[in-house]
Structure formats: structure tokens, C-alpha cells
Design a protein around this ligand. Structure first.
Ligand code: PNS
Length: 153
């Protein structure tokens, strides 16, 4: 289970999904529908973008969820919650979430995959900032979805 907001999916996210698809039998990308942040894209739009860029990966599927991540993981019999770590700055928050999820349900293991160094500076919020200020999104998000974010601004 690879959960996130994916608002929008970045090249860093896609790299984790591609590498995870080689390590795990099945990867379910869980798109948080109603988190605390007000998303730019609806859950349906975020799902469509993920499905578009992962369509050639046979063992990857994407689904929206609301409620607790451990409950969603349980519905899919997913035993591993996978997270990407870009820098040590991500670690503290991710460590806290991993421990909380473990306390909520000890059946799931959180595993971390290091983001490839060439993507370590990319975040969905930076991508939105660049798009809002009409900068180039080349190399930040998959080429096939660049027009979707441009349409929003
Ligand atoms: O891409 P993000 O915004 O960093 O992803 C955060 C996400 C979706 C993984 C996290 O907010 C989450 O798991 N939300 C679901 C609600 C939940 O289970 N909360 C308790 C654990 S933090």
C-alpha cells in the first residue's frame, strides 16, 4: 500500500511506484480523498493521472480512500505500508506516522524507500507553486499530465 495525497503525482512518486512494482507482488496506490489539506485536484482527477502514468505496470492499481489508512490497508489485505523518504526532513513526520499506524493496528509494517537523489527536491506543493507562477514543469511531473496542471491555473 503506497498512500499519499498525490496532489499532483510527481516524478518522485512515480519513481517509487515503479521501483515498488519490482519489489512487491502488488502495489496499491492509495489516494487520500478528504485529508486536512484542501487539494487542487479532486480525488477522481488525481486517480485518473495516476492510472494514466502507471497503465503499463500490470501489478499496480490505484484507489481513493477516506478514513484511516490502516483500515484501507486491511480492506486490501496489504501487509506493508510503503513511504518514500526524500531527506532527513521527511523522517520525523514519517516516523511519527509509522508509529501511530503501528499503534492503531500492529499487523502492518511501514517500510521506507529512499527517493532517487535526482527527485529529492521535488514535492507536490513546489510543483503547484511553479505551475502557479508559470514556470516549466519539465522533469518535475510526468510529461503526460503537465497539461492537467496547466489547465488548473
Ligand atoms: O502525501 P501525504 O499528504 O504526505 O500523505 C499523507 C497520508 C495520506 C499518508 C496520511 O495523511 C494518511 O495516512 N492519512 C489517512 C488518515 C490516517 O490514517 N491518519 C492516521 C495516520 S497519519
Amino acid at each position: 500500500m503506497y498512500p499519499g495525497s498525490f496532489d499532483p503525482l510527481t516524478n518522485g512518486h512515480l519513481d517509487i511506484i515503479q521501483r515498488a512494482s519490482k519489489v512487491f507482488d502488488m502495489v496499491i496506490v492509495g489516494v487520500l480523498e478528504n485529508g486536512n489539506k484542501k487539494p487542487l485536484f479532486t480525488a477522481t482527477e488525481r486517480l485518473e493521472m495516476i492510472k494514466e502514468v502507471t497503465k503499463d505496470l500490470e501489478n499496480v492499481k490505484a484507489e481513493a480512500f477516506s478514513g484511516l489508512l490502516v483500515d484501507f490497508a486491511g480492506q486490501h489485505n496489504a501487509s506493508v505500508i510503503l513511504k518514500g523518504l526524500r531527506t532527513v526532513a521527511d523522517f520525523e513526520y514519517e516516523f511519527q506516522m509509522a508509529l501511530l499506524n503501528k499503534a492503531l493496528n500492529p499487523n502492518y509494517e511501514t517500510m521506507f524507500m529512499m527517493t532517487d537523489s535526482k527527485y529529492s527536491y521535488i514535492s507536490s506543493s513546489m510543483v503547484k507553486e511553479v505551475a502557479r507562477l508559470k514556470g516549466s514543469l519539465d522533469g518535475l511531473i510526468p510529461y503526460s499530465i503537465i497539461h492537467k496542471i496547466k489547465e488548473k491555473y
